[in-house]
Ligand binder design. Structure first.
Ligand code: NAP
Length: 267
């Protein structure tokens, strides 16, 4: 039996096990996807132990995405962003990938949204915003990052081609000319709030919300009300998993099965 899994702390509410196991079942694979919650100080032995046990692949989430860098050879994308969310143990040393970036790119591709030469606004400067910003830079978009803590937006923008930065108060001046708006903050998750005043949204925007619990955030409902195209956060979650599945198995992932499994659990 092939074993894949997720390391993070906490991982109790992760949707990766049902999403990946739905794919194994669909393709008739004898495989399991298991979650592990190691103590932060044990991370080095976790990776060497996984390798010794013959685990095929691990996803990596908070707080370990940087901690595993020293134990893997990074592919160029993971190297540049400085974070790994997928480890492939078929090589020695294992190879580290960042499929969060792939997840963002494939999300826009799935919705036929071109990123090249488009103007985007990203709200947020944490982990999700970092993956979104690197994806947009790779795809040739021009984008402005705004964040509650302005200095974090400035540090992120300084790493990237085509990026500028500012504070949340700039939203009224930058949104009228934007093609794409991305919420990469956690606003909308705990409470029914939006990071953007509804009157700033317009019909020419494509609005992507990285928040996936709930799927229909206030931002997305407000955007739909003005006729904007909307993309929910489950797409990014889906496509980072699809990319990891394909790296580990060399098989084409059953995307619609994985998507259905995720949506059954989120809606
Ligand atoms: P994070 O690293 O902790 O960053 C949180 C971000 O939200 C920061 O920019 C923070 O601003 C901002 N923020 C928090 N509370 C705010 C408020 N009240 N007003 C304005 N800004 C606020 O978290 P993360 O890992 O990036 O996750 C952010 C969201 O993306 C979460 O909802 C997470 O579930 C989601 N996510 C989705 C996917 C996916 O696949 N769809 C993947 C990863 C994350 P400051 O810098 O000022 O604190």
């Amino acid at each position: 039996m092939d074993v894949y899994g997720l390391i993070g702390n906490p991982v109790g509410h992760s949707l990766s096990p049902p999403m990946h196991e739905a794919a194994y079942e669909e393709l008739g694979m004898n495989a399991r996807y298991v979650t592990f919650e190691p103590e932060p100080e044990a991370i080095e032995s976790v990776i060497t132990g996984a390798q010794a046990l013959g685990i095929q692949g691990l996803n990596v989430t908070i707080p370990f995405k940087q901690d595993v860098l020293e134990q893997v050879t990074c592919d160029p994308t993971a190297e540049r962003i400085g974070a790994v969310n997928t480890i492939d143990f078929s090589t020695d040393p294992p190879t580290g990938y960042n499929t969060d970036i792939t997840g963002v790119i494939r999300t826009f591709k799935h919705h036929d949204i071109t990123l090249e030469d488009r103007t985007a606004v990203i709200i947020g400067a944490g982990g999700a915003a970092r993956a979104v910003a690197f994806a947009l830079a790779d795809a040739g978009a021009e984008f402005h990052i705004v964040n509650r803590t302005e200095s974090k937006a400035e540090s992120l923008a300084a790493e990237l081609e085509g990026a500028t930065a500012g504070g949340l108060s700039e939203l009224p001046s930058v949104l009228p000319d934007a093609d794409i708006l991305i919420n990469a903050t956690s606003v909308g998750m705990e409470e029914d709030q939006s990071p953007v005043s509804a009157e700033l949204l317009h019909a020419d925007l494509t609005v992507f919300d990285a928040v996936y619990r709930p799927l229909q955030t206030k931002l997305l409902r407000d955007a739909q009300a003005v006729g904007a195209e909307t993309i929910d956060g489950a797409w990014m979650l889906l496509y980072q998993g699809v990319a990891a599945f394909e790296i580990w198995t060399d098989k084409e992932a059953p995307v619609s099965t994985m998507n259905q499994e995720l949506r059954n659990r989120l809606e």
